[in-house]
Write a protein that binds this ligand. Structure first.
Ligand code: HEM
Length: 508
């Protein structure tokens, strides 16, 4: 049984880095060194910083599935896979046997009993309810209105300021602030205003970052280590506790004032704004009568889960996408051309916000976003834990309670499936001969094509396109010379050093 829990993720990745180093000096040695007693731990600890590429290379060498052996005494064995058949089997075909599981739930305990952290009936119940909210036309329209307002009132003024002042800016920081504000409005119906020319540090926004950081630590450290820290209330666990208290009090304030608003005017439940909090409160009776009566916790957990699911996934996607745009001028030109032909004729060369139907005409932009997400999926690894013993399509035997990491990162880079140019950024691979969208085998990878697939995919694309069109039409983004780009070690694939750019206003 796995004792170290989620630490395997990083330890496994490190292991492969070690192996890379070893192979360099020992060309004829077997690629994975499973040392007596310590297993692969030395390799795991060698260098965490290149974990995504290292696991990808190892998975390629081992035919797509690797069992990572931990030190024998603590039994932290786990699997990595990027084999499409295994991924489909684990995430879809036999998904009832591959849950998030108790260990992941304990690590992600600040997410409470929210959808990301649930299994079985409670997950099914939430999934159905949230799916019906998100598919509601009112929610889609509301989320479009929110992102448009944020672009016009927050993003454009900040980028104007940056371009006029001719200063460098960390575009990742801009996107993190943007998506935090955007998600708060969409989920809580509350404008946090963290994106402005002053770049303010808001206590609850900072707390949100500390929580995410704390969860990364829990995933990297052995379980006993962070549990001792939690018990003693020291180090990262102390910071995490404090940040959770701050963020909870922010959420509870928002929930209380929303309740008060609604008690004054019940009509809001039926009309007007359709933020997620209002929509969930509408379903409160169902929650109370249903699986369990935990209404207030349910509202808090749902709000927090959506903050986590919809904030940094979006900022990561935007950051990698704009890095590609800044380094591929021909792609930037093609997006401009498509916008000119499909949208701008109607608005006399002046940019404005577009509706869903207009955004849908931007096939090349869609392809360029999919291609960035293929190479840099915001959620790089999708973790599951086996319930019962099983055999994967690859023939690997899985014991009960074994952690398995499905590498979405490696799946988007498989030469066998995508061809020799799989490492190149080529939006064209997503476009069919007739000019429509092409089916690329890893199409659903970044959003996970499973019964647990991303509930926010449609909203995400509408928002990504709204933000991308506004920036590309108005500004040219240029990398700051010498800025180094590499992924951070975190569950969401952000950039380690941010994305330092200069912004020039276009003269159109
Ligand atoms: C580029 C942006 C995004 C990416 C790449 C992304 C990707 C993902 C992935 C890979 C999963 C995990 C699926 C699994 O466990 O099999 C997921 C789950 C989820 N996403 Fe997203 N997501 C994005 C944006 C959003 C947004 C904007 C929202 C909300 C408005 C959202 C809401 C959710 C929810 C609620 C889940 C949990 C689904 C479940 O467990 O049933 N996501 N997302």
């Amino acid at each position: 049984m796995a004792v170290l829990g989620y630490a395997e993720i990083v330890l496994g990745l490190l292991c492969f880095l070690f192996l890379r180093h070893y192979w360099k000096h020992n060309k004829n040695s077997p690629p994975i060194i499973n040392w007596p007693v310590v297993g692969m731990l030395p390799g795991l600890l060698q260098n965490a910083t290149h974990m995504y590429d290292c696991t990808t290379r190892a998975l390629k060498l081992y035919g797509g599935t690797v069992e990572v052996k931990g030190p024998w005494c603590i039994g932290m064995d786990f699997f990595f896979t990027s084999d499409p058949l295994n991924a489909h089997y684990i995430l879809s075909k036999n998904f009832r046997n591959y849950e998030k599981g108790p260990e992941i739930r304990e690590i992600l305990q600040p997410l409470g009993d929210g959808i990301i952290n649930s299994d079985s009936d409670w997950w099914t119940f939430q999934r159905k309810m949230l799916h019906s909210i998100m598919k509601n036309n009112k929610f889609e329209l509301f989320s479009l209105k929110v992102v448009q307002q944020k672009v016009v009132n927050r993003l454009i003024p900040v980028l104007n300021h940056v371009s006029i002042s001719k200063i460098e800016v960390d575009l990742q920081d801009v996107f993190k602030r943007f998506t935090f504000d955007n998600t708060c409005s969409m989920v809580l119906g509350f404008d946090t205003k963290s994106l402005s020319v002053e770049f303010p540090k808001l206590t609850y926004e900072k707390a949100f970052d500390v929580i995410e950081e704390g969860l990364v630590y829990r995933q990297i450290l052995p379980q006993w280590c962070w549990k001792v820290q939690r018990w003693l209330q020291i180090g990262q666990e102390k910071k995490l506790r404090k940040a959770c208290d701050i963020f909870d009090s922010f959420l509870n304030q928002r929930i209380a004032s929303k309740r008060e608003e609604l008690s004054r005017d019940r009509t809001q439940l039926e009309e007007a704004e359709f933020d997620l909090l209002t929509a969930c409160m509408k379903h409160e009776d169902i929650v109370n009568m249903g699986v369990c009566s935990k209404s207030n916790n349910f509202i808090r957990d749902t709000a927090f889960n959506f903050m986590v699911a919809g904030s940094d996934t979006m900022s990561a996607a935007l950051t990698w996408f704009f890095w590609q745009i800044a380094t591929h001028p021909s792609v930037e030109m093609k997006i401009m051309k498509e916008m000119t032909e499909n949208l701008m004729v109607k608005v006399d060369k002046k940019w404005e916000c577009f509706g869903v139907q207009e955004l849908d005409t931007l096939v090349y932009l869609h392809a360029a976003l999919c291609e960035a997400l293929r190479l840099y999926p915001s959620v790089a690894f999708n973790p599951r834990t086996s319930v019962r013993e099983d055999i994967l399509p690859s023939g690997h035997r899985i014991r009960p309670n074994t952690p398995i990491m499905v590498s979405l990162y490696a799946m988007g880079r498989m030469e066998e499936i995508l061809g020799e140019d799989c490492m190149q950024y080529k939006p064209e691979r997503w476009i069919s001969e007739k000019g429509g969208l092409n089916f690329v085998p890893c199409y659903e990878t970044a959003f996970s094509g499973s019964p647990r697939s991303c509930l926010g995919k449609a909203v995400a694309f509408i928002q990504l396109k709204t933000i991308a069109t506004s920036i590309i039409w108005n500004y040219h983004v240029e990398m700051v010379a010498g800025h180094s780009v590499s992924p951070s070690v975190s569950p969401i694939l952000l950039m380690k050093h941010g994305l330092k750019v200069r912004i020039t206003k276009r003269s159109t």
